[in-house]
Write a protein that binds this ligand. Structure first.
Ligand code: FMN
Length: 253
């Protein structure tokens, strides 16, 4: 069964509740982003900045749960900084306010995306609440996925960066967790077919003018292990149409 989630962010209770009411009916999960570290987000008090105001966190979750017609989950980080690890307190407040699930990225805002992920903190959050907890951060392959489950006891995992240019990571990890065996590597043919599908979906949604530039970073990740990857990337960055991009990729593969 496939479930689709949508995420909202902000710190104004009224706007969040309005958004929740509008979008929740079309999705299976409504997530609130309380983990984003981006300066343009935190300067408005949104994303991970909320972890410095746990009273507001509780009020937001309560109100969004009330307004949403689908279960609400919340994505958090450990806290704002090393001296502000609020993960357990935040998780309890979020659960108390009616959320159905928590995802925790085991880093503070100050750490952005670098360095080790604190599995111990994720484990403590899992132990502190009764709702499902999803562990996130630096899961890049079968081994790191298994480690997240085994070390922390989480109910699920979330994979971010390692899926860019590698959408097969999900089926590879699921297969490994279910059977203990690794799937063979993806063939170039399957890779090419997926890239073409990705290009077609993007251009269908956004048109060539917006879609093709947005695709460049994804294409760079798909091709990064090919011989001549840097030359291919340079050429991809000069292409502006779907037809040209697809025929160039067919040549490369
Ligand atoms: C380019 C980029 C965009 C992201 N956008 C979001 C977002 O919109 N919402 C969110 O909850 N997390 C977002 N994240 C954070 C990821 O969900 C995840 O928490 C983080 O990358 C750590 O997991 P990873 O090591 O698997 O990438 C983003 C991360 C990156 C690198």
């Amino acid at each position: 069964m496939e479930n689709y989630g949508v995420q909202i962010f902000g710190s104004d209770i009224e706007s969040l509740s309005f958004a929740a009411e509008k979008v929740s009916k079309d999705f299976d999960i409504l997530d609130i982003n309380m983990g984003c570290p981006a300066p343009k987000v935190v300067k408005n008090g949104d994303g991970s900045k909320l972890l410095q105001n746990l009273d507001l966190v509780g009020s937001i979750v309560e109100e969004v749960v009330r307004a949403s017609s689908t279960p609400v989950s919340v994505k958090i980080r450990k806290g704002w900084s090393k001296s502000n690890d609020v993960s357990i307190e935040a998780a309890k407040i979020i659960e108390q306010a009616g959320a159905s699930m928590i995802t925790i990225h085991g880093r503070t805002r100050d750490e952005f995306f670098a360095g080790e992920v604190d599995l111990e903190a994720i484990k403590k959050v899992k132990e502190a609440v009764h709702i499902p907890v999803i562990g996130n951060g630096n899961i890049v392959d079968e081994k790191s996925a298994l480690k997240m489950f085994e070390y922390t006891g989480v109910d699920g995992i979330m994979i971010g960066r390692a899926s860019i240019g590698n959408p097969w990571i999900f089926k590879q990890i699921i297969h490994y967790l279910q059977t203990g065996e690794k799937l063979p590597s993806i063939s170039n043919q399957e890779k090419l077919e997926t890239m073409i599908k990705h290009i077609e979906l993007e251009v269908e949604q956004k048109g060539e003018r917006v879609g093709i530039p947005e695709l460049r970073k994804h294409m760079a990740c798909y091709i990064k292990n090919l011989p001549n990857a840097s030359k291919i990337r340079v050429r991809i960055n000069q292409i502006n149409t779907k037809g040209e991009l697809i025929s160039f990729l067919k040549e490369c593969f």
